[in-house]
Design a protein around this ligand. Structure first.
Ligand code: PAF
Length: 279
């Protein structure tokens, strides 16, 4: 595996490749990331992964400085997955001057759910993804469904900018007890780790009630948040949304069994976890 930090070198290395499949990450790789690499292998060749902790997508009071950085362990894992190039730019490589041009995501998708609780997050994500795509020029790129809104945002951006990259969605990788794998799980204490699967259990309970045709989604959401709060969580949201655009379903949508997804974000101690479940 070649480890490259400069954009020019990356371009030289990938020149002429027409089927590059790209997996962007922020490092601290776990089995969830590795499952993205395995899916990537089915969609193209060579596989290019990136590791870049993108300051632009962190709020001023978020965990940019303490975000886990485990570069050497990550390299070993990627070697084993047959990754051809690891693009690991420094901030100076990727942002040699202040990144003043930024993507401005539409408010109806960018201002809700994660966008409401993490202002600027999707501007930061889409800006870095656009820039990474410009560096790697992939034919396809893999994103996990765990970050459901991010996946949709990137897809919509590609469509509206007519980018030639196909976005491939990977299923969420879960621990045996249901907890979605995330780099932020490592902030959890032992006790919190034991409690953490309650988030996914709650999503399953809500999904089941939606499946049974319970029309009052406001009450479902409110009760689910109250159940989590009673267990010591601080929920930001539990929301039942239409899969197509992440907007709230109307009564008609529910009656016609419109495909839906339940999305949740909640804090357990200092750790903010997100998860979702398609209905
Ligand atoms: O999902 C992530 O790890 C990040 O948001 C991404 C897509 C690598 C952009 O920094």
């Amino acid at each position: 595996m070649k480890i490259i930090s400069s954009i020019d070198e990356l371009r030289d290395q990938l020149r002429g490749q027409l089927r590059t499949v790209f997996v962007p990450t922020m490092g601290n790789l776990h089995e969830g990331h590795l499952s993205l690499m395995r899916l990537a292998r089915k969609h193209g060749d060579p596989i290019v992964a990136s590791i870049f902790v993108n300051r632009l997508q962190f709020g001023p009071n978020e965990d940019f400085d303490k975000y886990p950085r485990t570069f050497h362990a990550d390299v070993e894992k990627l070697e084993k997955e047959g990754v051809y190039v690891l693009f690991a730019p420094t901030e100076r490589d990727l942002y040699p001057e202040p990144q003043q041009f930024r993507v401005n995501p539409p408010n109806d998708l960018g201002g809700i759910l994660e966008g409401e609780f993490r202002p600027g997050f999707f501007t930061g994500v889409t800006t870095v993804v656009l820039k990474l795509f410009s560096c790697v020029q992939p034919k396809s790129a893999v994103f996990g469904k765990k970050d459901y809104q991010q996946l949709m945002m990137v897809r919509n951006m590609c469509r509206q900018f007519a980018l030639p990259t196909e976005i491939i969605a990977a299923e969420t990788y879960r621990a045996e007890d249901g907890l979605a794998l995330s780099s932020r799980n490592m902030y959890l204490s032992e006790q919190e780790r034991a409690e953490a699967p309650a988030l996914y259990r709650t999503l399953n309970e809500v999904a089941e009630e939606v499946r049974q045709g319970q029309p009052d989604i406001f009450t479902l959401e409110r009760d689910a948040m109250a159940r989590l709060a009673a267990r010591g969580w601080k929920p930001d949201y539990i929301s039942i949304r239409k899969r197509i655009d992440l907007q709230p379903p109307s009564a008609g949508d529910i009656a016609q069994a419109e495909p839906m997804v339940v999305l949740a974000a909640a804090k357990l101690g200092v750790t903010r976890l997100i998860d979702n479940l398609e209905v």
